[in-house]
Design a protein around this ligand. Sequence first.
Ligand code: FE
Length: 129
Amino acid sequence: MNDDDLKQKLTPEEFHVLRQKGTEAPFSGELYNEKRIGTYVCKVCGTELFSSDTKFDSGTGWPSFTDPTNLEHVTLAEDTSHGMVRTEVLCKQCGSHLGHVFPDGPGEKGTRYCINSVCLNFVPTSHEK
Ligand code: FE
């Protein structure tokens, strides 16, 4: 799907964050406090990106995860914008911007994936038969 088509599909904020490497306001995203069991997928292409198993409360205002579901599903890239050196996280499948990964996470690997809520859809795990 090209950016002209995505402009029709996404809200202006979603388009700005996903396709123009923007950042949503902290504490604004509806998935920041999501605590149900389930999977977080790319809003553009539906690729599975993060699991509720690795979500933690970072206090930053953005959904935070210790790891992606599968490292093969994300692309990491150096980002030197805004006078900082950061590692950008993108969806490997569609190239959309997701957020950044920082080396101060609580898990074994010490990674904190700081992801914009508007880049994700949450798919709750059904407990029904
Ligand atoms: Fe994607």
